[in-house]
Each structure stands twice: as structure tokens, then as C-alpha cells.
Ligand binder design. Structure first.
Ligand code: TYM
Length: 332
């Protein structure tokens, strides 16, 4: 049976956190040998909001090194910096001309991210069209993402179907792939909000690069509740903090959150077990990340290899799409 093409991506705006790991990376790593995977560091998406040009390059390379550090094997999967492949922008424009204003206006992430900004970049609005292009460019079958990307993925599916209906079978219609627990890791300090790289305070976020002490401190301070018995009641917003801790521990240990709840008599014990599980997970990741810091040439080599492979696929797709649209070829 032919391998399934898996595609996913992460923005390099800020450091990767445990939400990225449990919601997305876990699936990326687990299935990489069974599938033909492409993982993108989407630096062009990073331009949709205020960003610092002096740190952009380093943040992009650090995110790529993080992907290898969490276990992406360059022998099995392809890691690509989005801006190294012009096809993203080329197909992105075609997707902007396939999507409608109404569709993009309904994107909840746009509403959240634009709230409170005095100047909203047009790219923030059209971002989901570029994300659709990221996926359709490689004919991805599966897209492993956290819950927050569901609406964007639905749009990518709709745009693929619309284009295929108008111009003939061109794109694979992609499917979302989700983890059982961990597809929405919440902020530790404010468990009604998802954990996010762009959150204003780092206190609620476990970064993959956090030291053991930082992990212990953040988990110790994580919001719980005033109920005395430990229970997994995910529907109750008053228990959102404990629900989040139990789901994280469940995702890290492979157990159901209910089972984790039954193992401890109090929040202190739960927090201790979660801290230990996080330290155990993150220690080897930090060591592998540091190895890349000492060998930037190796990272550059792997990324050049990724870009070559991605460009081959992407340039074929763009040529077919331009032909379907009736655009005239250069040189006749
Ligand atoms: P980004 O950079 O915000 O997040 C990368 C991945 O991590 C998941 N994630 C979470 N999962 C669980 N709990 C959380 N708190 C949490 N926060 C983030 C995200 O769902 C995502 O899977 N638009 C995308 C990047 C992108 C992309 C793509 C993804 C661009 N092109 C093509 C897939 C395919 C984004 O901003 O992810």
C-alpha cells in the first residue's frame, strides 16, 4: 500500500511548548516511519503579526532544531522552512482567489488574534488561504493538528473540493488527525484559555526548553480549584485547571485521565507526578536540541535537503494548477 502523505506545520513565533508537543508533535513522531511526512516551519505565517526581524532567523532555525530534537528523523521525514519553497506563496494567491471574504471573516482565530490590535495586517486575514496552500501543495492525505486548527483545516478541505469541481481533479482532500487527549492543552495559570506561544505571561506555559526547576515551579503554581476530592469532570469549567493537569498526565503516560485521577489522593501528588513525567520527557529533548546548537552546519544541511525535496513536489503542483487555471506558460 502506498504511504499516506502527512503534512503539518508550526509557526516560529515563540518557543515550542507542551501544547504543541502533545497536540501535534506526538503524532508527527509516532507515525513518521509508516507515512511520508513533511513538516513545515511556517516563517511566512509569522509575518502576519508584529515581529522582530533580528530574531526571526534564529527563531526559525531553533524551531527546526526543536523538531529534530523531539524525534523527527531526517531519514524518514522532511523538515522544511516555508520561505525556502516559493510554491507556498504561488499557491497561496490561488487559494486567496478561491476562498471568499465571507469564509475568511468567519475564522475564529482571526477574530481572536485581531482583537485589540490597532493595525490588522491583511495577511492575518488571508492566513488560512496560505495554510490551505501549505497543505494542498503537497497533496497531503492527513494533517495532524491540535483542536485550534480544525476550522482552518475545514477551509482547506472546502477549497480543495471547490477547485476540483471547477477545474478538474487536482488536489487531494486532506483529513485532520487528532490525538485522543492533549489536542487542547490549556494555560496553567488561566485554564480557560489554550496554552499559546503568544500568551502574555510565560507562567502558564511549559516550554520544551524549560529547566527542571522552571517546570516544577510552574506546575506547583498551576491553578486548581477548591474542591477537595480529585475527580476528572471535563464538563465542569470550575475544574478546568485539574482537568488540564489530568489530561496532560494522561497524554504523557498513555493512561486515561480518569485512571490518573484515581491514582492520587490530592493535588500535591498529582502535581508531583506530572512534574516528574514532564522532566523525564523533556530532558533528552533538551540534550538533542543543544547538539544542534553546536553544529549549525548540520542543521543547514538537513534543511537544504528538505527544501530540495519539497521544491520538487511543490513546483509540479504549481505548474499543474497554473495550467488548469489557463495561465499561459512562459516561452509558449
Ligand atoms: P501553531 O504554530 O499555533 O501550533 C503548532 C501545532 O501545535 C498545536 N497546538 C496545540 N495543541 C494542543 N494544545 C495547545 N494549547 C496547542 N497550541 C498549539 C496546533 O494545533 C498545531 O497543530 N496555523 C498553524 C500552522 C500551520 C499549519 C499549516 C498546520 C501553517 N500551515 C499547515 C498544519 C498544516 C499554527 O498556527 O500552528
Amino acid at each position: 500500500m502506498a504511504k499516506q502523505r502527512v503534512l503539518s506545520g508550526i509557526q516560529p513565533t515563540g518557543r515550542a511548548h507542551i501544547g504543541n508537543y502533545l497536540g501535534a508533535f506526538v503524532n508527527w513522531v509516532r507515525d513518521q516511519s509508516a507515512n511520508d511526512s513533511i513538516f513545515l516551519v511556517v516563517d511566512l505565517h509569522g509575518l502576519t503579526v508584529e515581529n522582530d526581524r533580528d530574531s526571526m532567523g534564529a527563531a526559525t532555525l531553533d524551531m527546526a532544531a526543536t523538531l529534530f530534537a523531539v524525534g523527527i528523523d531526517p531519514g524518514q521525514a522532511t523538515v522544511v522552512i516555508q520561505s525556502h519553497v516559493p510554491g507556498h506563496v504561488q499557491l497561496g494567491w490561488v487559494m486567496e482567489c478561491t476562498a471568499t471574504y465571507g469564509e475568511l471573516s468567519r475564522m475564529t482565530q482571526f477574530k481572536d488574534k485581531s482583537k485589540g490590535l490597532s493595525k490588522v495586517r491583511v495577511g492575518l486575514f488571508t492566513y488560512p488561504a496560505l495554510m490551505a496552500a501549505d497543505i494542498l501543495l503537497y497533496h497531503a492525505d492527513l494533517v495532524p493538528v491540535g483542536d485550534d486548527q480544525t476550522q482552518h483545516l475545514e477551509l482547506a478541505r472546502d477549497l480543495a473540493i471547490r477547485f476540483n469541481n471547477a477545474y478538474g481533479e487536482t488536489f487531494t482532500v486532506p483529513k485532520a488527525q487528532r490525538v485522543a487527549h492533549g489536542s487542547r492543552v490549556m494555560d496553567l495559570a488561566n485554564p480557560l484559555q489554550k496554552m499559546s506561544k503568544s500568551s502574555s505571561s510565560p507562567q502558564g506555559i511549559i516550554f520544551l526548553s524549560d529547566s527542571d526547576d522552571e517546570i516544577a515551579r510552574k506546575i506547583a503554581r498551576a491553578k486548581t480549584d477548591t474542591f477537595n476530592e480529585l475527580a476528572y469532570l471535563p464538563e465542569d469549567p470550575e475544574r478546568a485547571g485539574v482537568t488540564n493537569l489530568l489530561e496532560m498526565l494522561g497524554a504523557l503516560t498513555g493512561k486515561a485521565p480518569e485512571e490518573c485521577a484515581g491514582e492520587f489522593s490530592g493535588y500535591g501528588q498529582l502535581k508531583k507526578a506530572l512534574t516528574e513525567a514532564l522532566v523525564e520527557l523533556l530532558t533528552p529533548i533538551k540534550i538533542r536540541f543543544e547538539l544542534f546548537q553546536t553544529d549549525p552546519a548540520e542543521l543547514a544541511r538537513l534543511l537544504a535537503q528538505g527544501a530540495d525535496r519539497a521544491n520538487e513536489i511543490a513546483s509540479d503542483t504549481v505548474r499543474v494548477v497554473y495550467d488548469r487555471l489557463g495561465l499561459v506558460r512562459s516561452g509558449g
